[in-house]
Design a protein around this ligand. Structure first.
Ligand code: ZN
Length: 181
């Protein structure tokens, strides 16, 4: 893998993936576990960023409070990475493997992700995680607007419905010029 590529692992936490998670996409999300960990391991000498939703309990100003049950609150089990990814992250976190707090769907909204990628001359982002048609989608839209090349790993993204998965894959390919692998 050349050094101008980065892997972005979006919201792969217990609340979004585990059976008992507060806002889980369930089995389709759980099925990504090995693919994501293997890919992360193969790209850890490039850059691996893990933008992860963070919420404050009862935040009356946050727009998601009206839309979703409470999820990914700070310092909870729900915000820990799901399954083997949690062990992998604890073992490999470094200046090349970095968790990033995000409070909106897009990994770029209100974060320093774009600055980090620019500093490292990254021009191509590989996207995996959940949910395909929410946080992965909004991250891809911002990556497109910022001029990054986008690679979507079909076996590395999932969402709540088959329709959502199919629609988002078409959108990544046909509207965001993403390479689907
Ligand atoms: Zn959220």
């Amino acid at each position: 893998m050349s050094s101008n590529e980065a892997l972005i692992i979006i919201d792969y936490t217990n609340d979004f993936v585990a059976t008992e998670g507060a806002l889980t996409c369930g089995k389709p999300g759980q099925a990504l576990e090995k693919y994501i960990v293997d890919l992360a391991d193969s790209m850890k000498d490039s850059f691996v960023y893990l933008p992860t939703d963070i919420h404050v309990a009862g935040d009356k100003y946050h727009p998601e409070t009206k839309l979703f049950p409470p999820h990914n609150e700070a310092n909870t089990w729900g915000r820990e990475f799901y399954g083997e990814l949690n062990n992998w992250y604890q073992k490999n976190k470094s200046d090349h493997v970095v968790m990033i707090d995000k409070t909106r769907y897009s990994s770029f909204a209100g974060t320093n992700l774009d600055i980090l990628l620019c500093e490292r001359k990254v021009d191509t982002v590989h996207l995996v995680g959940v949910c395909s048609d929410i946080c992965v989608l909004h991250t891809a839209v911002d990556a497109y607007n910022l001029g990054y090349n986008i690679v979507i790993h079909e076996q590395g993204i999932a969402t709540f419905t088959d329709n959502g998965q199919e629609w988002s894959l078409n959108h990544f390919k046909n509207s965001l010029n993403a390479k689907i692998v």
